[in-house]
Design a protein around this ligand. Structure first.
Ligand SMILES: C[S@@+](CC[C@H](N)C(=O)[O-])C[C@H]1O[C@@H](n2cnc3c(N)ncnc32)[C@H](O)[C@@H]1O
Length: 296
């Protein structure tokens, strides 16, 4: 296995600052709810020897990469191959967490190395399941079986795609002739009906995002986890959540807004965002927003 990670950790300096501000610095539990390749985790464990890591990751393929990448820290880590909502609802630890990190979405490995059809830049079978045994449906089954109205609603609701109607119509027309099997096929269907003057990003970007969110039930898992993340924080514990699109960010913002000020403090009123320099070095960080609360 290659020792180099595909992923580049987002807002790492801001996250380290949160750890440095923890009042006690011995025997602390850091739960990484979205371990990925373990790039955040590696940087954090290297810097702070008072932390033990509990790493949660649903995708078994990337979890193996994380185990390899983090092998020098083996005795400080416990791994869970599970959805983070399942983990937190059935919280299996007998101690509460001092630092919980949630870095939502998927990793650069998923786009570039997983071969599961997350990226329209690669030519791969359309799948997008982080876990094939516990996801009810693949992206290919959605585009080949959903009605025009259900497809339109899915694409619009999960990505705010303005052209969801014409995209769903084009998908239905295409599949009358042939089943849609690959990422490139879907990307080409979308590109042909997208108005040229409106193209700032790849026309397929939002539709691919919507399909991935639906396949992995991302919004329901986020909503289900929020109360359990805060419940399982120790006193002075920190919950840090990085989102990558406005629908997720709104869910986190509203939830934090509804918490009692006597029990929880927001670390900053506005979300923390990457600097111009970070965006220059790592373009995918441009849409990241970090929201943080502390248990009092
Ligand atoms: C943005 S990546 C995290 C990258 C990680 N912070 C790093 O530095 O390598 C998100 C990861 O969370 C995983 N993931 C997404 N939703 C999940 C869920 N509900 N439960 C468990 N893992 C999830 C994805 O498979 C992906 O590997």
């Amino acid at each position: 296995m290659n020792d180099n990670a595909f992923h580049f950790p987002v807002l790492l300096d801001a996250i380290c600052k949160l750890i440095e501000d923890l009042p006690v610095k011995s025997d602390l539990i850091y739960i990484d709810s979205t371990l990925g390749e373990g790039v955040h985790a590696k940087a954090i464990l290297e810097k702070y020897d008072f932390l033990s890591l509990v790493g949660i990751e649903r995708d078994p393929q990337i979890l193996e990469r994380a185990k390899h990448f983090l092998s020098i820290f083996e005795e400080r880590i416990t791994y869970f191959n599970d959805w983070f909502d399942n983990f937190f609802v059935n919280y299996p630890l007998n101690v509460k967490a001092n630092f919980i990190l949630v870095d939502l979405g998927i990793s650069m490995f998923h786009y570039k190395g997983s071969k599961k059809g997350f990226s329209f830049l690669e030519d791969e079978p359309l799948d997008m399941r982080l876990c094939s045994s516990s996801c009810k449906i693949s992206a290919s089954e959605i585009v080949n079986t959903f009605s025009k109205y259900d497809l339109e609603a899915l694409i619009y609701d999960l990505s705010n795609e303005h052209y969801s109607r014409r995209i769903s119509k084009a998908i239905i027309e295409y599949r009358k002739i042939k089943k849609i099997e690959t990422t490139k096929e879907l990307q080409s269907i979308i590109s042909k009906v997208y108005p040229f003057s409106k193209v700032k990003i790849n026309p397929a970007t939002k539709t691919f995002q919507a399909l991935r969110i639906y396949v992995n039930d991302e919004l329901a898992r986020l909503k289900r986890s929020l109360p359990f993340w805060v419940e399982n924080l120790a006193k002075d514990g920190i919950l840090a959540i990085i989102t990558f699109h406005s629908i997720e960010d709104r869910i986190v913002k509203d939830f934090f807004g509804g918490l009692s000020c006597d029990l929880y403090a927001k670390i900053s009123k506005k979300p923390i965002m990457p600097s111009f320099d970070e965006i220059k070095k790592n373009k995918p960080s441009r849409s990241a927003k970090l929201r943080v609360i502390k248990k009092l």
